[in-house]
Design a binder for this molecule. Structure first.
Ligand code: MD6
Ligand code: FE
Length: 216
């Protein structure tokens, strides 16, 4: 029987290469999820989710906030990282130690042992919300990966190539899954298909995504 083997490695997360420098770590963020979600709630209490406006004037269906030394913002004047929350002109909440540790551990597992995130963008999807195909290129150092953590309702991650017109794979991201985009995949186009309705036992009718970046 293999039961003993599995017992020796409880909830061992799986690891799948989804591209060059791109790794899907299923279940990687489930270990201490109650601490992580408590820390998330504290961040949100200080810097609530809001729907930002794109430079083109569209209000995003995904609600966002940030923690860390800088946070990603968009408004009529463009995309950028800001040390302050434009709602209050106060610094973003500090990045919880638990978040920083999770991001470093995931990056290390994916082969990026020296990753030091200074920004964490927090996305909230309710049913129907989506994120169009995009590249993350507002950071200064594309040598650093981006670590993405998903909680709550499952989503379909669209993972394309270096050109917008390249075909994209559809990958299911469930509660606790982590994606690391680094190396040649750092600038790959990606997005999230419209979120299907459902109810998650902890997070109810929403999906939360954290993306850890080295922005500056
Ligand atoms: C999301 N993720 O999962 C959106 N960006 O809600 C991203 O935009 C993303 O998953 C950079 C690297 C990994 C990602
Ligand atoms: Fe992205």
């Amino acid at each position: 029987m293999t039961a003993d083997l599995f017992d020796a490695v409880p909830d061992a997360p799986s690891q799948e290469a989804i591209g060059e420098g791109a790794v899907l770590l299923r279940g990687f963020a489930r270990d201490n999820e109650s601490d992580l979600i408590a820390d998330l709630r504290a961040v949100i209490a200080q810097a609530p989710f809001r729907h930002m406006v794109t430079p083109g004037g569209h209000t995003m269906s995904v609600a966002m906030t940030n923690c860390g030394a800088v946070g990603w913002v968009t408004d009529q004047s463009g995309y950028r990282y800001s040390p302050t929350d434009p709602r209050t002109n106060q610094p973003w909440p500090a990045m919880p130690r638990s978040f920083h540790q999770l991001a470093k551990l995931a990056a290390t597992r994916a082969g990026f042992a020296d990753f030091v995130p200074d920004a964490c963008l927090i996305n909230r999807y309710t049913p129907g919300a989506k994120m169009s195909l995009h590249q993350d290129k507002d950071e200064t150092d594309f040598g650093a990966p981006i670590v993405s953590v998903s909680w709550g309702l499952p989503a379909t991650f669209l993972f394309g190539g270096l050109k917008r017109s390249d075909p994209s794979r559809r990958l299911r991201l469930a509660h606790g899954d982590v994606v690391v985009l680094g190396g040649p995949s750092r600038l790959a186009y990606h997005g999230i298909a419209p979120l299907a309705d459902g109810e998650h036992p902890v997070l109810k009718r929403q999906r939360i995504n954290l993306t850890f970046r080295k922005a500056r």
